[in-house]
Design a protein around this ligand. Sequence first.
Ligand code: AR6
Length: 204
Amino acid sequence: SLDKIPSWREENRPNDIEEGKELTGGGGLSDKVSLYKGDITVLEVDVIVNAANSSLLGGGGVDGCIHKAAGSCLYDECHSLNGCETGKAKITCGYDLPAKYVIHTVGPVARGHVGSTETNDLTSCYQNSLRLMEEHDLSTVAFPCISTGIYGFPNEPAADIALNTVKSWIEQNPDKITRVIFCVFLETDFAIYKKNMSVIFPDN
Ligand code: AR6
């Protein structure tokens, strides 16, 4: 469960609580994010985000893993949604997943190119997922590295967008979301996120 995944602050300053440096409300951004390397389908959170395609009918990569783990009822519900545009997001139940819900978002097909369209669309994926999560009163979420696999969005700028978009969202909507897990799958993303999180979510 979530207690097994430390927040970014717990991971980096495990002695804070012993030393009496508990947070007293407000701030605390690094308490609301985590970096986790592994399979997103095992995470016991309110919602996991799927890097889907516009058909919402499944595919390879993380999408394939999520459909496999959730079972065919997920396919049936997705089938009823009439697809999803790039940058938008739609929510379904989690079925056989430990996560209660899945938010399906469609990242840009970048093929190595990062222009304003790709940047805006990837930013929208994170924003629309977070908005949907709040509309459904969900407080814990895990994101994969949207678009960085089959869709070819370069890893560094994708991580920058993911981290900064989530940071701005939490700053502007501080009440509802209690944890955002950045679920990386590859060592290269783990290294990029680790480096960037130290800067973007410095110690409180
Ligand atoms: N858990 C977490 N992350 C994963 C997992 C997993 N089980 N499996 C792969 N990843 P991709 P995209 C990582 O290709 O680039 C599908 O066919 C992976 O290493 O899944 O947005 C869809 O149907 C990478 O870091 O998604 C679309 O057609 C990240 O997830 C298309 O691929 C995203 O890679 C979407 O491509």
